[in-house]
Design a protein. Structure first.
Length: 80
């Protein structure tokens, strides 16, 4: 793994840790998980639109449907 890739991976892990910590704190304060999820999606998509523009983010969001249907975002998946 190159230095740039390692730095990017480290930043991604740190970013996720910040989000998880904030999420846990909000849950502790009584915020409902679905409220957090909706607010998080809005914040994330708004930032992405600001950075990349509406069209690229729209295309990315279109691909999310397939990924969700294929279980890529399911954490506790039950197989039969």
């Amino acid at each position: 793994m190159e230095l740039a890739e390692l730095k990017e991976q480290t930043q991604k892990q740190a970013a996720l840790r910040y989000i998880i910590d904030a999420w846990d704190e909000a849950l502790h304060d009584g915020i409902e998980p679905e409220m957090l999820a909706n607010a998080s999606l809005f914040a994330a998509l708004s930032d992405l639109v600001s950075i990349y523009g509406e069209e690229p983010v729209s295309k990315m969001a279109d691909r999310l449907s397939r990924r969700i249907q294929h279980g890529e975002l399911t954490l506790n998946r039950t197989t039969q």
